[in-house]
Design a protein around this ligand. Structure first.
Ligand code: C2E
Ligand code: MG
Ligand code: MG
Length: 771
């Protein structure tokens, strides 16, 4: 910008300089023209004065003749007149008068020549002169002695004369013509104008002053021409010349002065314009550009404000620029906050915590001191969230965050790592202090939270890792605190310090945990179905839905690997919800194909703690327009036994809704039959370990037989799982077992395999045509 502005200004300056030079030239020409006009005027005045003088001279002669000839008769008068003429001419010759006529001639009324006299020096034939000036002689009453006269220049060959024709009142002479030699009179003109003169006719120089400028000095000379009246046949020029060296020198001086002034003014203009532009436009724009470049390279400069002077527009641009950068700065700050803040709780987020932890490690290394890291996971949060809705869950998390923050010191860092997981960094603490702090946090969450009139109890499990005892880098410390946290959760014991013993299942388990969270969120599961065969009809009486995890690596992971982990973390709720939903969808599909089979789903011990389970199942039934008998609920014996009272209420509610409840893995939970009797249970499923052991171990067989009998006595149906050979099947049949499930009858099948199995197997409905 600056370069273009400079070029423009310089171009404008040069242009104005050229214009000044041109106008100087015009001024010079004008001055020369004026000078020439003045010269011309001077010539005209001179010529006019000369003619006046000649006319006056001629009138004087005429008056003398008039007085001399008055009263004379024509007879003697003519001679007398000629003598008088001689006498007159004689005067001139004697006195070498400036205006000496060269001829005086008298004429009668009819313009006949009465007589003429020429000066002796004239070699001109008289007739020629008469002829040349004939145009002056017009008879007229008016042509009398002065002022009535006619005068003009007459050409005779290459010579020029000036004739004055005047009237007389003598009895015989009526007119007199006085003729002068123009060339000799030019000298008079020279004296009159004070300049060299020249008389030119038809390019012929008739007279030229001795000091007429030579061709070399023409450069310093100015000449003016005056054309005087003639008969019209030829032009007669009176030229005057003037040595104008001084005038031209003055002009040249003026030209240099103008040139100098123009240069100075141009330079001044350029400098002033540059300074003005620098201050008004270039400076502000450069300041803005510098600021822009700075901001582009380093956004921390966004807060810097540009201050520019200059004109109103520049100031306005700078103000707008500052407003925009202010806004951008605020946006950056907001972005920063969003990047490092958990928007729900307004606590720092995982990224922030990670970097703070790394800083703490560097600081602790430097200061040679210890610090503690807590990873905390809320207990029962998932249930609250699932039961009461995410909004309540969100408010609860906010309240938990406030309570935790209030309990910590300013120097401590607390962050929400995601979900219901929080992390705390306690700088400069010993193991004992860390333990006390963790207890205090556990204690702080003991009193219930109130969210929208709900009284909510949440606990917290805290895993503690110490720097440098349990790890010297951020990743290891977080991982070990998590291991300790899972251990605390499993043990239900509030806070636990990391112990290398805990690593037996880790870190593979931890990786699995991360993957499982994602698996539940993304529903990376599939259901397989294992048929149950009724031994009275030898037909399939239902199927059990068994979940498999479609691991992102492509493998199908069996439930034993992940169910207990999901139970530990509470993620099982999400899985159960998905399984019941998927089972209802499958049941509906089977029904549409003519297979009215109940599908058994496994309900885990953690599901039993979910007060909203019944409600959720009811919603799912409604969503699928399904009846409760489409599903059977398999609950492991140990799950029921761990909280008989709670299980009783829930199972009663579920049974009332029409669900059949089956006690799974019967025989492993040491159930009290007295309690079992009081539960609304439809059937028991004898654990596969006893059924599979029947062939080899009579104790197992005895347990199975007793279980069948006792269950029948209690009015419960009996299902045996793990039937993997015909012999076991035969023995179960012989002991009155109601239904069997196992590899001998069918392995768990995918949904497609199941429909084809139902149509083809001898245990299925081979005669029924599937839609
Ligand atoms: P379960 O409910 O007792 O399921 C029966 C298990 O025994 C299944 O193993 C089945 O494949 C296996 N089984 C059946 N017949 C035989 C046999 O003749 N021989 C042998 N060796 N095994 C047989 P799976 O599918 O690996 O399931 C294991 C356990 O995982 C289940 O035991 C159940 O407790 C749990 N589980 C499976 N699916 C779910 C689910 O959707 N939710 C919950 N909470 N737990 C599930
Ligand atoms: Mg089962
Ligand atoms: Mg079982």
């Amino acid at each position: 910008m600056r370069a273009s502005v400079v070029v423009t200004i310089v171009a404008m300056g040069v242009l104005s300089f050229v214009m000044a030079a041109v106008s100087g030239r015009i001024y010079r020409d004008h001055a020369v023209d004026n000078e020439r006009a003045a010269l011309s005027e001077r010539a005209r005045v001179g010529v006019e004065a000369m003619r006046q003088r000649l006319s006056t001279e001629a009138e004087g002669i005429a008056r003398v003749l008039q007085s001399q000839l008055t009263g004379r008769s024509a007879a003697g008068g003519r001679d007398y007149a000629l003598r008088t003429l001689d006498k007159e001419l004689g005067h001139y010759t004697a006195s070498e008068h400036d205006f000496s006529p060269i001829e005086i001639a008298l004429y009668d009324r009819e313009l006949r020549t009465l007589g003429r006299r020429q000066r002796f020096s004239t070699e001109l034939p008289a007739g020629d002169l008469q002829a040349g000036c004939a145009y002056l002689r017009t008879p007229s009453d008016a042509a009398r002695v002065s002022p009535s006269s006619t005068s003009g220049y007459c050409f005779v060959g290459s010579r020029v004369y000036y004739g004055v024709f005047l009237g007389l009142t003598s009895s015989f002479a009526s007119y007199v013509q006085v003729t002068f030699d123009a060339a000799s009179n030019a000298r008079v003109l020279e004296a009159l104008v004070g300049l060299p003169v020249r008389l030119v006719s038809d390019d012929l120089v008739i007279y030229q002053s001795a000091n007429w400028p030579s061709s070399e000095s023409v450069g310093h000379t100015l000449a003016a021409s005056l054309t005087v009246d003639t008969t019209g046949s030829k032009a007669l020029l009176f030229q005057v010349a003037k040595d104008e060296s001084a005038f031209y020198a003055r002009l040249e001086q003026t030209r240099y002065a103008v040139f100098f002034a123009a240069t100075a003014v141009t330079l001044l203009f350029i400098l002033v314009a540059l300074a003005f532009l620098e201050r008004m436009a270039v400076g502000p724009v450069r300041a803005l550009l510098d600021q822009l470049r700075g901001v582009r390279g380093d956004e921390s400069q966004l807060g810097n404000r540009v201050r520019v002077g200059g004109n109103a527009e520049s100031v306005q641009i700078a103000e707008s620029f500052n407003a925009v950068t202010d806004k951008l700065e605020r946006l950056y700050e907001q972005l920063d906050r969003m990047t490092y803040t958990d928007l729900l709780t307004q606590l720092p987020n995982r990224s922030f915590f990670q970097s703070r932890l790394e800083q703490a490690i560097v600081q602790a290394q430097h200061d040679n001191r210890t610090f503690a890291l807590f990873i905390m996971d809320l207990d029962r949060f998932k249930e609250i969230n699932d039961t009461l809705g995410h909004h309540i869950g969100d408010v609860l998390l906010q309240q938990v965050a406030i309570r935790l923050r209030d309990k910590l010191r300013e120097s401590d860092t607390i962050a929400r790592m995601g979900g219901d997981e929080f992390a705390v960094l306690l700088p400069t603490v010993t193991a004992k202090q860390a333990d006390m702090a963790a207890r205090m946090l556990v204690q702080s969450l003991r009193s219930p939270f109130v969210v929208q009139s709900h009284q909510l109890d949440v606990g917290v499990s805290i895993g503690i890792a110490l720097y440098p005892d349990h790890g010297v880098d951020a990743h290891t410390l977080i991982q070990r605190a998590e291991v300790a946290m899972y251990s605390a959760k499993q043990g239900g014991c509030g806070q636990v310090f990391y112990d290398p013993q805990m690593d037996r299942h880790h870190p593979a388990q931890l990786t699995l945990m991360g993957e499982l969270r994602q698996a539940v969120e993304q529903e990376q599961f599939v259901l397989y179905y294992q048929p149950k065969i009724g031994l009275r009809t030898n037909r399939v009486v239902g199927v059990e839905a068994l979940v498999r995890w479609c691991h992102p690596s492509g493998s199908l992971v069996m439930p034993d690997t992940f169910i207990s982990l999901l139970e530990q973390t509470g993620l099982i709720r999400g899985l159960t919800s998905w399984v019941t939903h998927e089972a209802l969808r499958m049941a509906s599909e089977l029904r549409s194909q003519g297979f009215e089979l109940p599908i058994a789903v496994n309900i885990s011990a953690r599901d039993l703690q979910n007060n909203g389970l019944a409600e959720e199942l009811a919603e799912q039934l409604a969503a699928h327009q399904a009846a409760a008998e489409w599903l059977e609920l398999e609950i492991t014996e140990s799950a029921v036994m761990s909280d008989i009272a709670g299980a009783h209420d829930l199972l009663t509610e579920l049974a009332d809704m029409g669900f059949k409840v089956v006690i799974d893995d019967f025989g492993t939970g040491y159930s009290s039959l007295a309690y079992l009797k009081r539960l609304p249970v439809h059937a028991v499923k004898i654990d596969k370990s006893f059924v599979m052991g029947m062939a080899r171990d009579e104790n197992d067989a005895a347990i199975v037989y007793t279980s069948i009998d006792l269950s029948h006595n209690l009015g419960l149906q009996v299902v045996a799982e793990g039937v993997d050979d015909e012999g076991v099947l035969m023995r179960l049949r012989s002991r009155g077992c109601d239904a069997v499930q196992g590899m001998y009858l069918s392995r768990p099948l995918s949904s497609e395999e199941l429909t084809s199995w139902l149509a083809k197997s001898i245990w299925g409905f081979p005669t029924r045509v599937a839609c």
